[in-house]
Design a protein around this ligand. Structure first.
Ligand code: IPD
Ligand code: CA
Ligand code: CA
Length: 275
């Protein structure tokens, strides 16, 4: 791996992510206690234990840095450095024993993402990127796919674990499914983004993700040569409510489809169910 001036972060963050992933697997391999936060958001003890571990490790190494984590919120001292931590992305999968989940950790410096690590402990896959140094999967360089057309693309999306009834994404899901090789909805936005980064998916979109879901994965896609914007091609901001990440080649075509859907044009009629 070629490293830049922030190179000191990736080895240490990888160690932290692996440690948190190992902790998650200890819970996953047992019967975990399922709790409920909100209506349908399953939260486990593993979420909280993982975030506590990650916070302790980060503050042990970089005591002056700020951290925004999903479970404990923001510790804000006004530092130029801010960490984004999703201690368990894919909690619903985890709680049901479906092995698609990860740890996601990213670092921002003066508002710019500079390092990101996503660790999938079920496959022992560690995705890592630093700004300007490329993206890596288990230390091997990764790149986005070269697929040129949506019709030949495998695409991914996600649905939030709450307010599902208000989410317009089912219309997008329907339309993009008809125009691609299919849309996967695996339940971990951070891993979806990593799959775009390494070319398994050609595109991913989702509404209303949070910074801890996207921070590391967005940097991975960009460093792997992909493109990340909002649904109209505007810049992706860390608190964006729209995330569109692609290999770059199919980006305009996906945005065109979104424009059609948002303007109510080109919608397919509800199919008749055949016997
Ligand atoms: C969720 C996952 C899921 C996405 C949801 C997220 P969580 O995160 O990333 O794929 O569709 O929008 O909230 O709750 O499992 O950390
Ligand atoms: Ca998440
Ligand atoms: Ca989470």
């Amino acid at each position: 791996m070629t490293l830049n001036r922030h190179s000191s972060y990736i080895p240490a963050v990888s160690t932290i992510a692996r440690e948190a992933g190992t902790l998650l697997m200890e819970y996953f391999d047992k019967n975990i206690k399922i709790e409920y936060k909100g209506v349908a958001n399953l939260v486990t003890e593993a979420d909280r234990k993982s975030e506590t571990l990650i916070r302790e490790r980060i503050l042990g190494l970089w005591p002056g840095h700020d951290i925004l984590g999903e479970e404990e919120g923001l510790h804000d001292s006004g530092s130029d450095y801010r960490w984004y931590v999703d201690p368990l992305d894919g909690t619903t999968n985890f709680a049901h024993g479906f092995p698609v989940f990860c740890v996601s950790i990213a670092l921002e410096h003066k508002g710019q993402l500079i390092a990101g690590v996503v660790y999938d402990p079920t496959r022992k896959e560690l995705f890592a990127a630093e700004r300007g140094s490329g993206a890596f999967l288990n230390d091997l360089r990764i790149e986005v796919s070269k697929t040129a057309r949506l019709a030949e693309s495998l695409v991914a999306t996600g649905f939030p674990s709450h307010k599902r009834h208000k989410n317009p994404n089912i219309f997008f899901y329907h339309q993009i499914t008809l125009r691609s090789h299919g849309v996967r909805r695996a339940g971990s936005a951070a891993l979806d983004l990593c799959c775009v980064a390494c070319g398994r998916f050609d595109a991913f979109w989702e509404f209303n993700l949070n910074p801890w879901d996207t921070a590391a994965g967005v940097l991975l896609v960009e460093e792997a040569g992909g493109r990340v914007t909002d649904f109209r091609g505007g810049p992706f901001l860390i608190d964006s409510r729209q995330t569109l990440a692609t290999n770059g080649f199919v980006h305009d075509e996906v945005m065109h489809e979104f424009e059609q859907i948002l303007s109510g044009r080109g919608l397919e009629p509800l199919p008749v169910i055949s016997e």
